[in-house]
Design a binder for this molecule. Structure first.
Ligand code: HEM
Length: 452
């Protein structure tokens, strides 16, 4: 496929490239309404200049469809330079073409239904220990605690280690995540410089874990066990360098986005007591106790809608970058080869042509009789779409549901007054003051327990 003369004669999308070199990168990183303002001004496709490249932002279900179905024809994955360097060339999120397909197939073993079923009891016991800890704390800043919880789960299930035994590991990850979307100035005091140093230390720790595991008998109990045994279609195992990048990606992707998703869910439930009450009534009606299975979780229909709506209203990932590998036409505009393209999850989920009153938290919009997201394909994309759709989607949904079911069944929480709940959007949305709550066991439950 080549770019035709007619395509080249089409106009470029409207918009501004901003300042020389840095373009509009600073506003993109700092202004949470960056896309909204330009969407209003220029429409659903516009040009800008981000992370050193001319970029076209494409908004809406139709644009998502165009981008996801033209993967590897017009578009190929790319990330800002800071993200590329910090993820590493061996990360699935960076790989393209045949190698991407092979590695995706290999890594997807970690997220097969049978593997997921095996994760639930470990997840649940970590959930219980945190719920009890927070009850004892009484008043807490929840976001950093939720981060510790999701990181514990990721470490246990992906590499078989106990994160609580090494708090430095978690701190390094925090430093690492802070540098992912930054201007890549490598100095000891810049976010990028510090993140790069954290990456080196994280890789050294991962190598230590891998070498220890290589001395032990094979195990299928966690992702690392599967990766160490895995052979691709040509019978090759992963090189140590690639293995380290892949494990780093799983640990990062497996907790950063989930922390944001769970924190948003807890915030929205605290702000909507009627919805929390309905979700709690469902739990009471189902009457399940400990050791929830995938079958139990499937029956929690209302909770499913609540989680789906939280991921629509505050999607942890705002969008995804692609490189235009072959110029093309979209909506009567020419998109030149060499530009970046950015699809928009946030703006798609706010589209008034798809969602009625999109700013409202309204789980029933996804009930089968309404199913607003079904009006057009690619209207609901918290996990992206097409051949690069999130690999951990089912794992993420499982962890969110298991956590929420245990939380709302036995505990209650209220927001501490006078805190700043404005969202910081980078690297993933989280409340400015870290979500301060008063946390306690539900009165009916504590009264039912002997000795209370
Ligand atoms: C609520 C939680 C999560 C959300 C919202 C989320 C969202 C996304 C999105 C939007 C993409 C596509 C990016 C693109 O189009 O370039 C993606 C890719 C990916 N996600 Fe997730 N994710 C979540 C949790 C997880 C978890 C738990 C894992 C597992 C460890 C994971 C692993 C990955 C990987 C490896 C990719 C790259 C896939 C590829 O390029 O083929 N994610 N995620």
């Amino acid at each position: 496929m080549t770019t035709t003369r007619t395509e080249k004669s089409l106009p470029l999308p409207p918009g501004s490239f901003g300042l020389p070199v840095i373009g509009e990168t600073i506003s993109f990183l700092r202004d949470r309404d960056f896309a909204k303002k330009r969407h209003k001004r220029y429409g659903s496709i516009f040009k800008t200049h981000l992370f050193g490249r001319p970029t076209v932002m494409m908004i809406g279900a139709e644009a998502n469809r165009f981008l996801f179905t033209n993967e590897n024809q017009h578009f190929s994955v790319t990330w800002p330079h800071s993200t590329k360097v910090l993820l590493g060339l061996g990360s699935l999120a960076m790989q393209t073409g045949e190698i991407h397909q092979k590695r995706r197939k290999l890594l997807s073993q970690v997220f097969q239904p049978r593997a997921l079923a095996g994760y639930t009891s470990t997840m649940e016991s970590i959930i219980h220990s945190y719920l009890q800890k927070w009850q004892q704390m009484g008043t807490l800043t929840w976001y950093p605690e939720l981060r510790k919880y999701t990181f514990d789960v990721a470490c246990k299930l992906f590499v078989g280690t106990d994160a609580t035994a090494d708090s430095h590991f978690g701190e390094l990850f925090e430093e690492y995540c802070q540098g992912l979307f930054t201007i890549p100035v490598q100095l000891p005091w810049t976010k990028f410089g510090r993140a790069l140093r954290a990456r080196e230390q994280l890789l050294a720790k991962i190598e230590e874990i891998v070498r220890q595991r290589q001395q032990q008998p094979n195990s299928n109990e966690d992702a690392l066990g599967l990766l160490l045994q895995a052979r691709d279609e040509d019978g090759n195992s992963l090189s140590l360098e690639e293995l380290k990048d892949q494990v780093l990606t799983l640990l990062f992707a497996g907790h950063e986005t989930l922390t944001s998703a769970i924190a948003s869910l807890c915030l929205l439930l605290a702000q909507h007591p009627d919805i929390l009450a309905t979700a709690r009534a469902e739990q009471q009606q189902l009457g399940f106790k400990e050791s929830l299975t995938l079958e139990h979780l499937k029956q929690m229909n209302y909770l499913e809608l609540v989680i789906k709506e939280a991921l629509r209203l505050i999607p942890p990932v705002g969008g995804g970058f692609r490189e235009v590998i072959k110029g093309c036409e979209f909506n009567q505009y020419f998109i030149p080869q060499g530009w970046s393209a950015l699809y928009q999850i946030n703006r798609t989920h706010q589209d008034i042509n798809i969602y009625t009153e999109p700013n409202n938290f309204e789980p029933q919009r996804f009930a089968p009789q309404k199913a607003e997201e079904k009006a057009k394909p690619y209207s609901y994309i918290p996990f992206g779409g097409g051949m690069r759709e999130c690999l951990g989607k089912e794992f993420a949904k499982l962890e969110m549901k298991l956590f929420a079911a245990n939380l709302i069944r036995e505990y209650e929480w209220e927001l501490v007054p006078n805190q700043n709940l404005d969202m910081i959007m980078v690297p993933t949305p989280h409340p400015h003051d870290g979500l301060q709550v008063k946390f306690r066991q539900l009165i009916s439950i504590s009264q039912a327990k002997p000795g209370n």
